[in-house]
Design a protein around this ligand. Sequence first.
Ligand SMILES: CC(=O)SCCNC(=O)CCNC(=O)[C@H](O)C(C)(C)COP(=O)(O)OP(=O)(O)OC[C@H]1O[C@@H](n2cnc3c(N)ncnc32)[C@H](O)[C@@H]1OP(=O)(O)O
Ligand SMILES: CC(C)C(=O)C(=O)O
Ligand SMILES: [Mg+2]
Length: 515
Amino acid sequence: MHKIDIFDTTLRDGEQSAGINLNTAEKIEIARQLERFGATIIESGFPAASPGDFDAVQRIAGMVKNSIVTGLARSVKGDIDRAWEALKGAEQPHVHIFLATSPIHMEHKLMQTPDQVVENAIESVKYARKFFPLVQWSAEDASRSEPEFLVHIIQKVIEAGATTINIPDTVGYATPHEYGALFKYIKENVRGIEKVKLSAHCHNDLGMATANTLAAIENGATQIEGTINGIGERAGNVALEEIAVALHIRKQVYGVETDINLGEIKRTSQLVSQLTGSLIQPNKAVVGKNAFAHESGIHQDGMLKNPLTYEIITPELIGDASTELVLGKHSGKHAFKDRAIKMGFDLSDEKLKKAFVEFKKLADRKKQIVEDDLFVLLTDQQIQDKDTPVYELESVQVQYGTANIPTATASAKDPKGEIIHEAATGAGSVEAIFNTLERIVEGKVHILDYRVTSIGKGRDALGEAVINMSYNGETVTGRDVAQDVLEATAKAYLNAVNRQIIKEDQKIPSPVAAG
Ligand SMILES: CC(=O)SCCNC(=O)CCNC(=O)[C@H](O)C(C)(C)COP(=O)(O)OP(=O)(O)OC[C@H]1O[C@@H](n2cnc3c(N)ncnc32)[C@H](O)[C@@H]1OP(=O)(O)O
Ligand SMILES: CC(C)C(=O)C(=O)O
Ligand SMILES: [Mg+2]
């Protein structure tokens, strides 16, 4: 099995994403992490682009020891001089020169003839080799270039001293078959190609960057370029974490290895996302929030019986937390029971079945079921399962008017079975209810959070109240639903108090401690 190099361009091509602008401190932090991640080469910027980029490249070059540090330069002396100034302090100074080779770029952008482009390329590479031991030359827009011209110019730049040849699919135009064939063609037709590194650089405009990069590897690429999380110009570059994991999981197919430390993937991805402000789509391969989340009952059942049924990558491989069985409306009873047990509940099969029916109803209403929701639901069954005496609301009434002090009266059965009537005022109707109920229940209540939401649409929508409170020093959540939000509020209040009473009585674990 032979090794291929990983060229990370998160700090150069990645930063070319609309809306991303990293300062030097941020670039340094990412570069340090890329070194831990195991990138062979870190492209840290474009020194001629701005004083800030120059500064970042210079500082990273002086700091990083375990990866080669490079900077980009156009095919002009001024850019190469600037790159040398920034990179001369690096352990192994490396420069990356690019020049477009496609008819459209040569004619309309560079406004040079193909012969002028060849001359220009030779001159720059020769000039760079006066300073740099390592010179990478990139044929920008290679995938839309004439293959014969590409072979000709590559031959010339190798003779001029280039140590790496890069064949970019600059605009993400190639298909895997075409891109692989281009590598094969270059390998077969350029003399001395085996003496230099041959690199792939793919963009994702047609969503084929990963497939194209793997096709290049199958056809002899010895270096691949990309970014963390696939950030970059337009639709981005190939995501390095996808390549690294694909090469690992399917090593029998590709037969190559890298120096990437797979266990650093998650940390690197999160750091890049955080510092660039570029969010990762939840279903992103390898690093998306849902990459190891299983939502449907059939999959969850399979996962519980044997994780290999639905998991080809373990989260541990990339330094992620563990697999998540997300409970939602597609979940089944196996996953529901597993979670209930993990949360410390010991319900009879019959009660579990009832709780599951309630859970399905709730899942239809709510986008996301959180641990608190499950806790409420399971404790409700536990309340019915065992019979710990609790509070029961008999009635609640509120007097409200803009000219009056809001006043609430309420009646509730206490755990001893006695009916208690109380009244209190408050700054508003809700506070009046809270104050009244606090007189009914024994113990100290402190409201931490209170939310009401409507369930359903239209004038007859139900109101759901969720109250998070501290009751006798313990944090507990209560929830209830009613046609009127004030009634839902009073019920949710007593629901929270009851839950705490039952927890204490039946030694139910608190939701925070539950797994
Ligand atoms: C495929 C890629 O990702 S390539 C890298 C792209 N990255 C960037 O452009 C980021 C940094 N760029 C910059 O800061 C600026 O564009 C600079 C400093 C490089 C140049 O700025 P300016 O001198 O103002 O030129 P501007 O960007 O408007 O135009 C680019 C010029 O470079 C020329 N050029 C483009 N590529 C090359 C090249 N590889 N070699 C030589 N010249 C080139 C263009 O033809 C154009 O020349 P012209 O001014 O004679 O028409
Ligand atoms: C500078 C070159 C290598 C590039 O980023 C591209 O062609 O996409
Ligand atoms: Mg690019």
